[in-house]
Design a protein around this ligand. Structure first.
Ligand code: NAD
Length: 521
């Protein structure tokens, strides 16, 4: 069995002090209920009891929020402020998030089941996201192109309007900050629709933004289900941009629903990322990194290395060491600082992960975990689970499980490793472990993944592109690419010399000769 903390502490949930009595929407600077008064239950993943009711937003609430955001965009100061002025407010937001990191982590861990130490890291990353874009917009330069003596062309970058932001439950506050930071930095106004499983931490944004001095109506939040509030946001004609993070299937639905409006879309979707371990790798580092890569954040991590491909020469040793270490991963209550794997977010998700574990038992060899850890009779706890000898056509090899479950598969050649790595519909991340320089680069460049880490865990520089290929996403954000997504780049062309005019309709055809270089469009 997996190592655990005292099971007695798992039965009693840790209830944070001063939980809100209810969770409301935040529209045009006010906390409000749904127009029809509807609410939904929010559970905590340790007791699976309802601890609060949240407002269930529908089309009427989205309409109100979009109208407020549109008004703030068209009439308010935010899009017209100097980048330095916006930057100051964004830095204040970062300061406030940082100063509240412990409270944020406590609420996030309680609501999502993430281990408290990891929730704290996510809170700090959220602050860093604001700081990063606050710095980027004051350093932003746009292109100017000179045609000597004839023309000057420059890029007039402008905010687009109301951005619709739709986020998942796995690291709720951090992922919201990942979209809010660049959307606000560039002068847009926003409507955020957070995930319905985890609305608690998002309810802190309103206070933080007010205290930092964000003008009224710039930030709006509507809680509710994807098919109601999310759907209405996607289909709202006054929302030209949708930034979505979630499942690939949901991404397909949103893509279809946004098509009639030709909206700008940024999609960060699911993953089934390979970690490829060659025989010449530093095996200890590879074991440590691949354990962390799939069991951190409870395995509810889009970039999890959930398929480990291991060269046959070291396969048996790797599997043995990996299984033994997985058994030692500490499962425990989310609020306990010793916990390494907490409780999965929701009983529905727990059932999904457990059903994959049962499927896996019929497809491969179970070498660690395999169900509920001993001593945890309630709550959404899953023992870190390892399957070995997993065939490439197994469902646990092909499908995203999004829990603490990993598939290990042997390979004999680089070609076979590449075919296995690329043989799924997803293409988000890949982790390559080898000390052979040529192989490292050739493999990295050939693997179908938006992001590759070489001899490294998932450590990301905020300036680098983030996003997936194939079913893992559409478009890349990160650094200036996020700025590009949230702005229009208008090209302004100015004649400096004589007017460059092909002349039509002159009486004397010999006078209309200047036909060089007209734009054929
Ligand atoms: P989900 O797709 O079920 O939900 C995500 C959000 O979309 C929620 O807010 C939900 O209410 C909303 N939604 C659902 N249906 C909708 C619809 N028809 N119209 C508009 N909005 C709708 O995803 P989830 O279960 O919350 O999150 C887990 C998934 O997110 C995993 O697949 C994971 O890989 C992915 N993810 C990807 C990244 C990335 O950056 N690539 C990061 C984190 C999570």
């Amino acid at each position: 069995m997996s190592e655990t903390t005292d099971p007695a502490t798992t039965t009693g949930r840790h209830l944070p002090a001063d939980l809100p009595e209810r969770i409301q929407h935040y529209i045009d600077g006010e906390l409000v209920d749904s127009a029809d008064g509807a609410t939904f239950d929010v559970l905590d993943p340790v007791s699976n009891e309802t601890y609060v009711q949240a407002a269930a937003g529908k089309k009427a609430d989205i309409d109100r929020a979009v109208a407020a955001a549109k008004r703030a965009f068209e009439e308010g100061p935010w899009p017209r402020m100097l980048p330095r002025e916006r930057s100051r407010i964004l830095h204040k937001i970062a300061d406030l998030v940082e100063s509240r990191d412990a409270r944020l982590a406590e609420l996030e861990s309680f609501d999502s089941g993430l281990p408290i130490t990891q929730a704290l890291g996510q809170a700090r990353r959220a602050a860093e996201n604001f700081r990063f874009f606050a710095d980027l917009i004051v350093a932003q330069a746009d292109d100017t192109y000179k045609v000597p003596g004839r023309q000057i062309n420059y890029v007039n970058r402008k905010p687009i309007g109301v951005a619709g932001l739709i986020t998942p439950w796995n690291t709720p506050f951090m992922l919201e900050s990942w979209k809010l930071g660049p959307a606000l930095a560039t002068g847009n106004t926003v409507v955020l629709k957070p995930a319905e499983f985890t609305p608690l931490s998002a309810s802190l944004w309103a206070g933080i933004f007010e205290e930092a001095g964000l003008p009224q109506g710039v930030f709006n939040l509507v809680n509710g289900f994807g098919e109601d509030a999310g759907d209405a946001l996607v289909k709202h004609p006054d929302v030209p941009l949708i930034s979505f993070t979630g499942e690939s299937r949901t991404g397909q639905i949103i893509f279809g629903n946004a098509a009639p409006y030709l909206k700008g879309l940024s999609m960060e979707l699911g993953g089934k990322s390979p970690a490829v371990v060659f025989a010449d790798a530093d095996l200890e580092a590879a074991v440590d990194a691949t354990i962390f890569g799939v069991f951190s954040l409870n395995g509810e991590r889009c970039t999890a290395g959930s398929r480990i491909l291991v060269e046959r020469e070291v396969y048996d040793e790797f599997v043995e060491r990996y299984a033994a270490q997985a058994e030692r991963v500490v499962v425990g209550p989310p609020h306990d600082p010793n916990t390494e794997v907490g409780a999965l977010v929701h009983p529905e998700h727990y059932d999904k992960v457990m059903s994959y574990i049962e499927i896996g038992k019929g497809e491969a060899r179970l070498v660690a975990g395999g169900g509920r850890p001993e001593g945890f009779d309630t709550g959404n706890y899953v023992a870190p689970t390892v399957f070995a000898d997993v065939p490439a056509d197994a469902r646990i090899f092909q499908e995203e499980i999004f829990g603490p479950v990993v598939a290990i598969t042997p390979f004999d050649t680089d070609e076979e490793a590449l075919a296995l790595a690329n043989g799924v519909r997803y293409g988000l991340a890949a982790y390559i472990w080898t000390n052979d320089l040529k192989r490292a680069h050739n493999f990295s460049q050939a693997v179908e993944a938006g992001m590759v880490w070489l001899n490294s865990n998932n450590v990301r520089d905020l300036r680098t592109p983030f996003g997936g290929v194939k079913a893992s996403g559409l478009g890349h954000e990160g650094g200036y690419r996020s700025i590009d997504f949230y702005t229009d780049q208008q090209a302004v062309h100015i004649t400096l010399g004589a007017v460059h005019n092909p002349t039509f309709g002159k009486a004397d055809p010999h006078e209309a000769t200047d036909l060089d270089d007209p734009d054929p469009r």
